[in-house]
Design a protein around this ligand. Structure first.
Ligand code: SF4
Ligand code: SF4
Length: 338
């Protein structure tokens, strides 16, 4: 365990020779972006407006260019990431969200664009000394006091404690100006985090029955009609979610050839996976049900119980119609009903 003064934090980040992505203020929002002089660091913000997902899986990226001349196609693939970088200040829920993305993008066939970024990233976690009012991560066995990252920081007033858990983390921390600290220095911080978390409104939800065994029972629940009635299909919940990973691939004629790119898509949109015959989910009820069944039933039933919700609370904060996954859990689960 090592420690350094909070006053040194910005100079410690600036001293790193690798590019650093960190939560910074951008207008009225906090997003993960390259940290550079003049940017305001916002390590205090739980539930950032954009998530660290965007560093690994950008909202929009070019995959390749091609040109056709007669029967010949000239194809140029976009280069994969080659340089190491630091992803700084990642909360426990957002790190678990990256593990969810790993299941999708690193399974066969591997998404080589994502894989290259994942391989080159060194992830510095940040314990949630002040969990947000909408947080419910522990329901998914995520400890807000212990992000599963290469290196973890624990804020403690005018001090930070830090510990590295992987070779990448140790190599990064070796370059930091820190001092030795007591191995048990963060025990009390962790206890305080647990107490604060326990007092939150959604701290303890009942997830009984959200598994492959009760799939049809959940799918056919009459609750979906009431739950989805107000949904606008705006997609805000999917774009602000750290685990949503649907994308579309399109071709754009630049006038000199074709640029093939991908961009985030949303299962809440009316034209999502639209085919010649139309769509398999014609009403908003079906789209809404798909999103939550995927997070709470389909994904865990195919991934050894791993939910694809991490309890970050962003959809609770952002939905313009006050719809969210906690309402679904309460309405369909065996716990308290709203
Ligand atoms: S649930 Fe809310 S945020 Fe999501 S699409 Fe519907 S209205 Fe938009
Ligand atoms: S569904 Fe909502 S609470 Fe769950 S990970 Fe996505 S945004 Fe966060």
């Amino acid at each position: 365990m090592r420690t350094f003064s909070a006053e040194k934090l910005e100079s410690l980040i600036s001293s790193m020779t690798l590019p650093v992505y960190a939560p910074v203020e951008e207008g009225n929002t906090v997003i993960y972006a390259p940290y550079e002089a003049g940017k305001k660091l916002r390590l205090d913000k739980v539930g950032t407006d954009k998530t660290p997902k965007e560093v690994l899986f950008p909202q929009w990226e070019t995959l390749m260019h091609f040109r056709m001349e007669g029967k010949t196609i000239e194809l140029t693939e976009e280069e994969r990431a080659k340089e190491d970088y630091v992803l700084f200040g990642v909360r426990a829920c957002d790190m678990q969200a990256i593990r969810v993305l790993d299941k999708v993008f690193l399974s066969d066939p591997v998404d080589t664009y994502y894989a290259a970024r994942r391989e080159h990233g060194i992830i510095v976690g940040l314990a949630c000394d002040q969990p947000g009012k909408n947080c419910f991560c522990k329901n998914f066995d995520i400890d807000p006091a212990q992000p599963d990252t290469d290196l973890v920081l624990w804020p403690a007033g005018d001090t930070y404690y830090c510990e590295a858990y992987t070779d990448k983390g140790r190599a990064l921390m070796d370059g930091w100006d820190t001092e030795e600290a007591d191995e048990n220095a963060v025990a009390e911080i962790k206890e305080n985090i647990a107490k604060k978390y326990d007092a939150l409104p959604f701290a303890h939800l009942n997830l009984t029955g959200f598994d492959g065994e009760h799939l049809m029972e959940k799918f056919e629940s009459p609750q979906w009609k009431k739950l989805s009635m107000a949904c606008l299909g705006c997609g805000t919940c999917t774009f602000s979610c750290p685990t949503c990973q649907c994308y579309d691939i399109r071709d754009y004629d630049t006038g000199h050839g074709i640029q093939r790119y991908r961009c985030w898509d949303s299962c809440m949109y009316s034209d999502f996976t639209l085919m010649a015959h139309g769509t398999n989910r014609p009403t908003q009820l079906e789209k809404y049900r798909q999103r939550f069944m995927h997070k709470l039933v389909y994904f865990p039933s195919r991934n050894e119980g791993m939910y694809s919700c991490v309890g970050c609370g962003r959809c609770i904060e952002k939905c313009p119609m006050n719809l969210n996954i906690v309402k679904v859990i309460k309405a369909l689960g065996e716990g308290e009903k709203e």
